[in-house]
Design a protein around this ligand. Structure first.
Ligand code: AMP
Ligand code: MG
Length: 495
């Protein structure tokens, strides 16, 4: 049975979107279907796997209640104002209500031209489609809020990039596709009336409990700020670099949106940026809290007239909340760091964890392997000379003595707190992943797809990255950092 879609976003004023159907492709073929996600959405698996399902996922057929649209938005890209963007190669098919009553967008990406395509072809190469599918599933398994992927389809048509590449379509599932840039589109282009409509929509979708609040628009901003700082802290705790935190790629839902030139740190190098156009490192790992703050200031500007009718008062209220963001972030990030070293959040524990990060940077240690090794440590103080964990962790440092010094301090901190060592170990292993989607692996899956239409690496990796906190010794090759020839320094968003 085909799913029922609603047209909530398509029922907003015309200025919010362009009504346009996807363009069918020559020979659509299923590459991957996400049955677990489909089930959670209440989508009938028989239908999903049927010819009718493929027709919908590839953009050939439009479901009866569906009114496909391309959403309009604007953005600050690398700090520069771009007044008109929008889905240039994506179609929002509509919304689905899950069995537990949540609403989720179903969107096709790579599904053809729209009025916002500018010079683009409206298509996507299969490489980036595979990469995004794999990335969203790996992020979800890490417990990080993210848009999801229901399907990836090969189109049977080539797209012209630097060379011809096979085309792909992805079906993306999101709590919504409302971006900071969607607010900017109306607020900065002189359509203040639509800002309120959009804010009401966002409240209805994400923060229903605020609907009757007397300061609901300020509270909405407060919630988006909280979700965003939590998200960035979560990203950074596993070494994730979004890569292009332009305001059109920041969802107000607090989900990770738009997997372009993203990457995970191998060696802990805080200045790492992944986008090849990001020469100054604007979106580097360590810059993400500052950029999130900057983006949230752009959102606050859009909401000022709704926050208070007195402009000075509105600015004061917004600024007060904005000024709190660095502390919010620090608190969220430090709490995660403390848990990563097996200690309860607190000033001293955070200092200890930050000290480890400094030593990792100086000693060029692999971030994931180092933290994971800590969780394998024999924490029993009576065995402190015999633990393999120390050995495993110290071997990742250029100067292992630097780790030894730190480990001695850490050991005293652990011994000073009560608690069950085995439990602490379990909790560290549930916090420090063994497997992250290292950039060279994502690239390997994408390259195999583009060059050979080989999707085995994708399927192999989906299985491994679905259980990032389990040891999976049979898959230890996927734990390793890239060999020198495998390093992918820059990721092109040429999608
Ligand atoms: P992104 O880099 O994916 O965030 O895209 C930035 C903007 O460029 C968005 O408005 C996209 O819809 C648009 N865009 C990216 N690729 C294409 C394409 N192949 N055809 C049309 N528009 C595109
Ligand atoms: Mg984008």
């Amino acid at each position: 049975m085909q799913p029922n879609l609603s047209d909530q976003y398509a029922s907003l004023p015309d200025a919010f979107y362009a009504r346009v159907d996807p363009t069918p492709v020559a020979q659509p073929r299923v590459i991957a279907l996400n049955s677990a996600l489909a089930k959670s959405l209440g989508i009938d698996l028989d239908w999903l796997h049927s010819a009718d399902g493929l027709a919908v996922l590839s953009g050939k057929k439009v479901l009866p209640d569906s009114q496909p649209i391309a959403q309009a938005y604007a953005a600050h890209q690398f700090g520069n104002w771009v007044p008109q963007l929008g889905d240039g190669r994506a179609h929002l098919l509509g919304e689905i209500e899950t069995p537990d009553g949540r609403i989720r967008d179903l969107q096709l990406k790579g599904s053809g031209r729209t009025p916002y395509s500018r010079g683009g072809d409206g298509r996507s190469s299969i490489g980036p489609a595979v990469r995004e599918y794999l990335a969203t599933e790996a992020m979800a398994a890490l417990g990080i809020p993210t848009t999801r992927a229901l399907a990836v389809i090969s189109s049977g048509e080539d797209v012209m990039r630097e060379r011809p590449e096979p085309g792909g379509i992805m079906c993306r599932v999101a709590a919504s596709h409302v971006r900071i840039g969607t607010f900017e589109y109306f607020a900065r282009n002189g359509h203040g009336e639509h800002v309120q409509t959009l804010a009401d929509f966002a409240i209805q979708r994400h923060d229903q409990d605020l609907a009757d609040h007397s300061q609901r628009y300020f509270k909405l901003f407060d919630r988006v700020a909280k979700r965003t700082t939590d998200l960035v802290a979560h990203w950074m705790s596993v070494g994730f670099v979004h890569g292009v935190m332009n305001t059109d790629n920041m969802a107000v839902s607090g989900e990770t949106l738009d997997y372009g030139p993203f990457g995970f740190l191998d060696t802990f190098a805080p200045d790492t940026a992944f986008s090849y156009i990001d020469r100054r490192g604007r979106y580097a790992w360590s810059r993400q809290p500052t950029i999130a703050h900057w983006n949230l200031a752009r959102l606050a500007e859009c909401l000022l007239p709704l926050i208070d009718s007195d402009p000075n008062q509105a600015i004061e209220i917004a600024n007060e909340r904005l000024n709190q963001i660095p502390q919010d972030f620090e608190q969220a990030f430090h709490a995660r760091l403390c848990r990563k070293i097996g200690l309860d959040p607190g000033q001293d524990a955070a200092q200890l964890a930050l000290d480890l990060l400094d030593r990792m940077a100086a000693g060029e240690a692999d971030m994931t392997l180092t933290f994971r090794a800590l969780g394998h440590l024999d924490l029993d103080p009576d065995n402190s000379n015999l633990n393999n964990g120390d050995l495993n962790a110290r071997q990742h440092f250029n100067e292992p003595e630097s780790f030894d010094q730190w480990a001695a301090n850490w050991r005293s901190a652990l011994n000073a707190v009560k608690g069950n060592h085995a439990e602490r170990q379990r909790s560290m292993q549930a916090t420090n992943p063994a497997f992250i989607l290292r950039n060279h692996l994502a690239q390997r899956a994408a390259d195999a797809a583009v060059n050979d239409l080989d999707f085995q690496p994708l399927h192999d990796m989906l299985k491994v990255f679905a259980k990032p906190f389990q040891n999976q010794p049979e898959h230890s090759a996927y734990q390793q950092p890239p060999r020198p020839g495998e390093v992918v320094a820059n990721t092109f968003c040429g999608t």
